[in-house]
Design a protein. Structure first.
Lengths: 287, 146
């Protein structure tokens, strides 16, 4: 005996939607702050229309078939928007799981006399909805990854500012690990700024670099050499005691580079080189 | 197979954790994990920095010459004091002449050539095993107060 589940579901579309909405609104994880009830309703309706409309007895369990692509597209769109809006995976998952419950409930109401058919058809719906859940999660995670990638790009962009601390003195605070790609950006920015400002002294501050290994040291040495070729002097500041010890143990020779413990002492040195003096102003009159 | 060996101390492993090293971002992740473990066993700041720098050298070698691999982070105890043991395992081309690789200033790439010998100076125990065509395993150990 065959039972046309897809036809039943098509007939009962309204019921399913109502049931689903009831499930969703009753759920504790409902995020009224992120999505309005009307919007949720139109999303749900769109998905159900596509789902039920494309259902046929042949494609019931075969998610690869052509007819499913609009459903997957809608579901994917919803999942990606939710990832960007900041829904949790549980909340996004419940969106699909509550639909499954609604479908099964309707099926249960309709098939009352034949336990075997009910079981078989429930199993089919189960399988279908599980597949759709997997799709939802895949897209959800992809959406999250996009957010992370965008943030990574932003971080690299903001992480290498060149600051003009004084007329003729540039400072470049380096934060995080110096890899080849970042050294390239640092060097380019620094050399460009030296040309533009006509600066004669550049201070590389490595207070924010957690560890100096031989590769980082090599990158620093290269940057200093390039700066010197441009006719400017380069001072490395922000060398912490533990970094100093590590560099010595590693056997890296930084002796022909001017290094200072703090940015302040590097600046003081730069003033001395440029024969500038910083003095307390004489007291004029009474306060 | 060539070996350069220090006399290893008898130790008991207290915890074990494996990190896969495949891409550039894994380097920072590994360094953070090593730091976490070092802080947990109350390693001093200088020793922490030495250990992290050593790890950084080895993981870079692994990325550059060994096409990535795995790093095993262990907390070990000699009974009296705790330490961190890191084992870097790659299935790369291997090192034909370990004695040369351990010499200051030797590099087949264009680096300073201080990675392996420098790492050895940064840690308490250092062991390297390599077989051409099969891969390289480097083990280092740093005591919390050593």
């Amino acid at each position: 005996m065959s039972f046309n589940t897809h036809k039943l579901l098509q007939k009962k579309k309204k019921n399913i939607l109502e049931l689903w909405m009831k499930n969703q609104l009753a759920d504790e994880g409902l995020r009224e702050d992120l999505i309005s009830n009307e919007e949720l309703r139109s999303q749900s309706e769109e998905l159900i229309n596509a789902l039920v409309g494309n259902l046929s007895s042949e494609n019931f369990t075969d998610l690869q078939s052509e007819e499913w692509s609009p459903v997957i597209e809608i579901l994917g769109g919803i999942a990606i928007t939710r990832a960007r809006q900041g829904f949790s995976p549980r909340e996004t998952g419940n969106f699909v799981f509550s639909l499954k419950e609604a479908l099964l409930d309707v099926l249960q109401q309709e098939i009352t006399d034949d336990a075997m058919t009910l079981f078989k058809e429930s199993l089919k719906i189960n399988r279908l909805m599980d597949n759709l859940s997997v799709v939802t999660f895949e897209t959800f995670i992809k959406g999250r990854e996009e957010v992370i990638l965008r943030q990574t790009d932003e971080i690299t962009e903001i992480s290498t500012p060149v600051i003009r601390v004084w007329d003729g003195i540039l400072a470049l605070p380096i934060i995080g690990t110096l890899d080849s790609a970042r050294t390239q950006i640092v060097m380019e920015n620094l050399l460009q700024e030296i040309v533009e400002t006509g600066s004669s002294i550049a201070i590389l501050d490595i207070s924010g670099v957690p560890a100096v290994d031989s590769l980082v040291a090599q990158h620093l040495i290269k940057t200093v050499s390039a700066t010197r070729l441009m006719g400017a002097e380069c001072i490395i500041s922000g060398i912490r005691p533990e970094i100093a010890q590590t560099v010595v143990h590693l056997g890296i020779d930084l002796s022909n580079i001017i290094t200072k413990a703090t940015l302040a002492s590097a600046l003081a040195y730069a003033f001395k080189v440029m024969r500038l003096e910083v003095r307390k102003a004489a007291v004029v009159g009474k306060f | 197979m060539m070996m350069i060996k220090m006399q290893p101390t008898m130790t008991v492993s207290l915890s074990k954790d494996t990190v896969q090293i495949v891409k550039e971002q894994d380097v920072v992740f590994l360094k953070n994990r090593v730091k976490e473990v070092a802080v947990r066993i109350k390693m001093g700041l200088v020793n922490q920095t030495r250990l992290i720098t050593a790890a950084s050298e080895l993981v870079r070698n692994m990325m550059r010459y060994g096409n990535g691999g795995v790093c095993v982070i262990e907390v070990v105890s000699s009974g009296r004091v705790n330490g961190v043991r890191l084992t870097f395992i790659d299935k790369g081309p291997g090192i034909p002449d370990i004695a040369a690789a351990m010499r200051d200033g030797f590099s087949t790439g264009k680096s300073l050539g201080l990675g392996l010998p420098g790492t050895k100076r940064l840690v308490n125990e250092f062991d390297i095993k390599s077989k051409v065509g099969e891969g390289t395993t480097v083990t280092i150990l740093k005591w919390a107060n050593g």
